[in-house]
Each structure stands twice: as C-alpha cells, then as structure tokens.
Design a protein around this ligand. Structure first.
Ligand SMILES: Nc1ncnc2c1ncn2[C@@H]1O[C@H](COP(=O)(O)OP(=O)(O)OP(=O)(O)O)[C@@H](O)[C@H]1O
Length: 321
C-alpha cells in the first residue's frame, strides 16, 4: 500500500510510489486522514523567537531517495507579508481562494500568497493535494511552490509571483480553441506534427477549463493532473498522428467507420473523427460526472506523479550512462 507522507517540520518520511493494485477502494482515502499532521507554522513560531530566521522544510522522500521540500510559514508571517491581506495586494481569485502579492521579510522575496477560502468549495484535502502536486511536478508552465502555511484553520500556499499573469487569456484562447488547425500550429514544435490531434485538442480543452471566468467552475489541480495523465497514457500510434492523417487525407477519403472500428490501428485519437467526437464538454463531462471518485483520482494522480519521476530518473540515468 502506498503510504501517504506525514508532514513534519523536521522529519523526512517515505513516500512509496503505489504499486499496481494499490489503488483499491477500501484502502482509500489516502489524503484526508493525515491532513491533521501537517506541520503548522505556528509550532515553529512558538518555538523560535527569531521569526523566519531558519527555513524549515516539509520533506517528502520517495522510495528511491528523491527528496522534495517546501517551507512552512506562520499565518503571522504571511499576514505581515501581505500587509494583512490588504486589498491593494489582491492579485486575483481562483477556485481555491484569494491570491495576494506579498513580501517575505525573512528573504526579501516577492511572492504570491493563496489563501484557502474557508467557506469555499475546496478544503483540506485539496490544499494538501495542491501542496503535493506543486512539490512533485516541476515545469516551466507550472507555478513554483515555495511553501505553505497550515496554522490553526488557516491554509495558505506561497508561490512564486508571476509578473504578467494574463487575466485576458480566455478571450485570446477562445478563437484558437475553436479552430483545430490553428491549434495544431501551436503544438510543441519539437513534436514536428507527430501528435495525436484529438489528444492535443483535449489537452487544450483542459487548459481552457482552467482559465474559465468563473473560479468555481475551474477544475482542481488533481483533476487536471488526472485528465492530462489520462490523455498522456493513451498509446501513441504514428499512423493516427496528425502528420500521417494529413498524408492520408491527401490520398483521398477513407471509410470513417472502418477507421473507428479497426482494432489494429487503435484509432481513438484519429484525426478523422476529431470534428465529430471532440468537444470541450466531453472532457468537462469526464471531470464533472456525478460518479467522479475524487479519492481514486487523487490516488491515480499521485501514482502518475511517482511514475513520472521514475521515468525522469531512468532518462537521467540513461543520459548519465
Ligand atoms: N503566482 C501568481 N502570480 C501572480 N498572480 C497570480 C498567481 N497565482 C494566481 N494569481 C492570480 O490569482 C488568480 C487566481 O489564480 P488561481 O491559481 O488561484 O486560480 P485557479 O486557476 O482557479 O486555481 P486554484 O483552483 O488552484 O485556485 C489568477 O487569475 C491571477 O490573477
């Protein structure tokens, strides 16, 4: 059974990547029961007179020795950093809660402080998942987690502030999203047209959901990871990539039904069925369907994180050898 890490200011705990068969209903939930063991910044504050003088870390260590860390902050530190969450420091509001710009006295860093809305839709569990996800996943397109505060009933995330956080993204994204041809031009140039068109479209659908005007309608980070891992785990078939589909398109029309039903080409992602089958609402449906089992999705997302790191390690090792 994959063990969910305890959070302790000094301790390093083992995070065993779940193994096949680990994600069983009866063994869930993995997240909620341990949230109470989050190291609270206030413990640190009480035990130390020099506020913020020493960095403490939430440390997670996986089975193969990779340690990831995040600092803990007291609520007092973050209140001071944001001038008591003054409206002038307000950056925006998301599904999680309000986001403020702050100045950390201890390091002089300018940060974004996300305060969990206690009356909001997201709770302790989502907070913990967000801490974990942002600690585990590092990518230029993902915000960088500096630390968190779990002080009393306060839950806050401290992340790197992004200067040009573009609030007008959605209107700009809409025309691109509605035009699959334009969309494919935006795909990673390194892929050189070798991507499944439908997968690409759905990935953008997920991105589009994340920038919806109404904060409460945006998916949780665990949902995003789940949806993307679902897409990423679809087998890549070069015969159904957009590149090849373009070639085939130029060779004349094909029987779409046959494409769909041919078990050999596994054409779930075939460009021929793009226009008919793909829609943002389809992905939205996956994320919002009533029987959506959040515990399972979170477990799967964690497993995906572990697998991803394993792949990274293998690649690094290959490059080293
Ligand atoms: N790192 C940051 N730097 C600058 N502004 C930010 C940052 N993070 C969030 N914001 C501002 O806060 C708003 C809400 O962002 P947030 O990430 O909380 O929303 P979200 O996509 O609904 O995600 P979540 O569900 O995690 O809240 C953004 O539109 C932006 O204006």
């Amino acid at each position: 059974m994959g063990c969910f890490p305890c959070f302790g200011s000094e301790e390093v705990v083992n995070f065993h990547p779940p193994e096949e068969g680990d994600v069983k209903k009866e063994e869930r939930p993995m997240v909620a029961p341990r949230i109470k063991t989050l190291s609270s910044g206030s413990d640190r504050f009480r035990s130390r007179s020099n506020l913020g003088a020493k960095k403490e870390a939430l440390a997670l260590k996986d089975g193969s020795g990779v340690t990831i860390s995040a600092q803990t902050f007291t609520f007092r530190e973050l209140a001071a950093a944001t001038k008591n969450f003054r409206p002038a420091c307000f950056l925006g509001e998301g599904g999680f809660g309000r986001v403020y710009k702050g100045h950390l006295e201890s390091t002089g860093q300018i940060v974004a402080v996300k305060q969990l809305d206690k009356d909001g839709l997201q709770g302790n569990r989502e907070f913990l998942v967000e801490v974990l996800m942002l600690s585990l996943l590092h990518h230029p397109n993902l915000v960088n987690l500096i630390g968190y505060c779990a002080d009393g009933d306060q839950r806050l995330l401290v992340i790197h502030v992004i200067g040009n956080f573009n609030k007008s993204m959605q209107p700009k994204a809409r025309p691109i999203f509605n035009d699959p041809k334009n969309l494919s031009k935006l795909a990673d140039p390194r892929l050189q047209g070798r991507y499944p068109m439908r997968g690409l479209f759905q990935a953008v659908a997920v991105a589009f959901m994340c920038i919806q005007e109404e904060a409460a309608a945006r998916p949780l980070i665990a949902d995003v990871v789940t949806a993307l891992s679902f897409l990423v785990n679809k087998p890549y078939d070069p015969h159904t990539s957009s590149h090849h589909s373009e070639e085939r398109r130029s060779q004349g029309p094909r029987d779409e039904k046959m494409e769909r039903e041919n078990p050999e080409n596994g054409c779930k992602w075939d460009a021929y069925v793009l226009e008919k089958d793909d829609s943002p609402s389809q992905i939205a449906g996956i994320l919002k369907k009533k029987e959506f089992d959040r515990d399972r999705e979170v477990s799967e997302a964690m497993m995906w994180g572990a697998n991803w790191r394993e792949k990274q390690r293998a690649t690094n090792q290959e490059n080293f050898d």
